[in-house]
Design a protein around this ligand. Sequence first.
Ligand code: NAP
Length: 253
Amino acid sequence: MRILILGGTTEARALAGALADRARFTVTLSLAGRTANPLPQPVPVRSGGFGGVDGLAQFLHDEKIDVLVDATHPYAAQISANAACAAAQADVPLIALSRAPWKKADGDQWLEVASVADAVAALGAVPRRVFLALGRKEIEPFATAPEHTYLVRSVDPVDPPLAVPHAIYLTARGPFTEADDRALLERHRIDVVVAKNSGGEASYGKIAAARTLHLPVILLRRPALPEVAAVETVEDVMAWLDHASASAAARGV
Ligand code: NAP
C-alpha cells in the first residue's frame, strides 16, 4: 500500500516513524518546504507545493498512491482543501489526522479572534509587551501597531524584520515546556500572548504559562476545514490504515 502523508507537523513525523518498519506500507512524506533545515524524517521526503488541486491529483496518479493522509497543521487550510478535492478527483481514499483544539481551563483569559488583523486590533492603543507565537509569515499586520513591543519566536529568522521600532527575535524549534515559556514571558516582561489554537503538547507551554502568570491570550480561531474522514491521533490513523490494508488484501488487491 502506497501512502502519501501531507506533513509538517509532529504527528506526521510520528506517523511516518510508526509506518517506516511496516513491510506492507511504502510511505512518502510531503513537506511544504517552509523551514530552511527541516528535521530529519524516518521515510523518503518530497518538498514544496504540488501546484494546486490538479498538481496534487496528478501526483497521486503518477505515484500510484493508494491512501492520502492529511496530517498538516490545523491552520494549513489551503492544502487540506486541496487534499480533499485532489483525493476525490484521483479517487484515492483520504484520512485526515487533526489534533483536537485546546480547551479553555480555569484561569485562562482567552480572547478568541477570527484573523490576524483582529488580533492586532485587540491589542488596543496602549503600548503593550506582546509575545507573538505565530508563523513568521503571518506577523506582518503587526507593523500597523508600532506602539507595542514584540517578542517574536520562529524556527527561521524573520526576514525582512517587522517594520516596528521595538521587536526582539528568537529562533527556536519546539517543543517548549511550560517552565521554559514561563521563564521567557517573565524575562521579557510580556503582558499579552498572541497565538493559534494549535492543539497538542508541543506548543501548549505558553498557554499554561500565561495562565500561571495571569496573562491574557489573544487566540486566533481555527479556519474551516473540509469535511472528510478525520481522526485525532497517530494510533487512530494506524488502525484505519491496518483496516484498509487488510480489506485490500482480502480483495486480493
Ligand atoms: P496552506 O496555506 O494550507 O498551504 C499553502 C500552500 O503550500 C498549499 O496550497 C501547497 O501548495 C503548499 N503546501 C502546504 N503544505 C504542504 C505540504 N505538506 N506538502 C506540499 N505542499 C504543501 O499552509 P501554509 O501556508 O504552510 O501555512 C498556513 C498555516 O499553517 C500557518 O498558520 C502556518 O504557521 C501553519 N503551519 C504550517 C505548517 C506546514 O508545514 N505547512 C507547519 C506548521 C504550521 P500547492 O497548492 O502548490 O500544492
